[in-house]
Design a protein. Sequence first.
Length: 355
Amino acid sequence: MSESSPLNDILRKANEADASDIHLVSGHPPMIRSQTVMQPLDMPELSGEDMWRVLASVTNEHQRRHFEQHLDLDFSYEIPGFRRYRVNAHMQRGVVGMAMRAIRTKVPPLAMLNLPEVITRLTYLPRGLVLVTGDTGSGKSTTLAAMIQAMNERYRKHIITLEDPVEYTFQSQKCLIEQRELGADMPTFASGLKHALRQDPDIILVGEMRDLDTTALAITAAETGHLVLSTLHTVNASQTVERIVDMYPANQQNQIRAMLANTLQAVISQTLFRRIDKPGMVPAIEVMLCTPAVRNIIREARTYEIPNVIETSRSIGMTTLDNSIAELYFNGMISRDDAVAQASFPDKLDRMLAA
């Protein structure tokens, strides 16, 4: 990369190619991911020196010190009036590498996301814990942002978001919204959440329940009358419940099952598919709502029964991942190969699609 071809030029070309991710690695031209496929930009290879210059151009002194100490750095980068990016800088083979995720600056309305109607109903909850789960890049942040925006347009409440980094930026409408970024505005999620509880919030968004302290505080916040939204890197509802319980020591797990049974309102698990009917991506969604039957299952450690309860509760808005995938396929949105490849039960779904 020459002096006449700065990072912003790469990002503008990536935007023209509708890239979701940009990867900058020494010895390769800038690489992008567009519609799930990796491809190079028509630009020169980056050198190790180029990568150090890029890092210096997008970080401040505090961030560079953190990178020198930890050899990894998460931060956000914005081209004013153009776009924001979630960035991870790291070392690979002794030189800087960088992965950048493009963040849409305008929060999409829930109605535009091809989500089940039940997700809109969840934005009317007065309290409790709602979890959006899925792999990295499955659209969790977009779903949560759309839910927050729906509440921002409807209520007169105080919303606090704790993020790593801040992705969508909200404009306070009927709600007062404060957004805090890990590292810049708080040292840890747990610290940010602990202090947020003293700041008169109604709704709290926690970017990720990644450790026991954060998880315990999130459940406590939900238990004390707040609506708490957060994410986990799990692929379905039963795995989500088990992941939370497993964070705790064995002698506390019965207690946390009881607390979770009382506070959890819903688990939304997402998987993104490339569309075949038009450019873009579409989510398949598993939805578990915490009915009395589900609360008993959680309390009594019978999470293996959750898939059956979801399957038999479609009339109230629950849906399994495979039923959601099948619906996308029959509506002509995704290919059969992709549908079967990402199913929870591939053989069963394959027979369903062939029927």
